[in-house]
Design a protein. Structure first.
Lengths: 111, 112
């Protein structure tokens, strides 16, 4: 089954404790991206990757890092999480020129 | 000037009625547009898309209209059902650029 898998689905952490949210896709898509979704602000892109070892900033990259060492994986790293990063996060992948496939989401709470 | 529908953050319809969800996009250079449906607790899912060389595309119970003159996109859902209740987002992108910009979303509620 074609899918984008994020882990964990839910995470509560403390300010400053480094965390990684994993994302994996099994569709051999070149393009992967991370979004955060906040009430009233819609979906905002954090980082994206056009292919292995190629990443670029989206609209709200501050406080986040990503890496793309393999085509299927695109982890999101929060080196020092802060409460304003409490949000619902989505990973997505796609073949260029087509629709995106989204993961189920990761609800992160930073206290 | 031409009249187009306003984007509404919420829309409530009776089961069986037709729904129209509107979206204004920002970049006149965008050439690919997509509608997504997001049900509670899930990620957005593809509904229908349209490229800039078209002004209308139909799917099963859904139709997307594109008006490039006023940068407006609409999604029409025929015979709306309770299972259509969700948040609907439009997205604009360039075919080869990857990056998509999402609209604010409309929450559709279908009353039985």
């Amino acid at each position: 089954e074609a899918q984008v898998t994020q882990n964990p689905r839910y995470l509560i952490t403390v300010t400053g404790k480094k965390l990684t949210v994993t994302c994996s896709q099994n569709m051999n898509h070149e393009y992967m991206s991370w979004y955060r979704q906040d009430p009233g602000l819609g979906l905002r892109q954090i980082y994206y990757s056009m292919n292995v070892e190629v990443t670029d900033k989206g609209d709200v990259p501050e406080g986040y890092k990503v890496s793309r060492k393999e085509k299927r994986n695109f982890p999101l790293i929060l080196e020092s999480p802060s409460p304003n990063q409490t949000s619902l996060y989505f990973c997505a992948s796609k073949k260029l020129g087509t629709e995106a496939f989204f993961g189920q989401g990761t609800r992160l709470t930073v206290v | 000037g031409e009249s187009v529908g306003l984007h509404l953050p919420t829309l409530s319809v009776q089961e069986g009625d037709n729904s129209i969800i509107n979206c204004a996009y920002s970049n006149s250079a965008s050439d690919y547009f997509i509608w997504y449906k997001q049900e509670s607790g899930k990620g957005p899912q593809f509904i229908i898309d349209i490229r800039s060389n078209m002004d209308k595309r139909q799917g099963q119970r859904v139709t997307v209209l594109l008006n490039k003159t006023v940068k407006h996109l609409s999604l029409q859902i025929a015979a709306t059902q309770p299972g259509d209740s969700a948040v609907y987002f439009c997205a604009e992108t360039y075919t080869n650029a990857g990056k998509s910009t999402f609209g604010d979303g409309t929450t559709l509620t279908v009353k039985p």
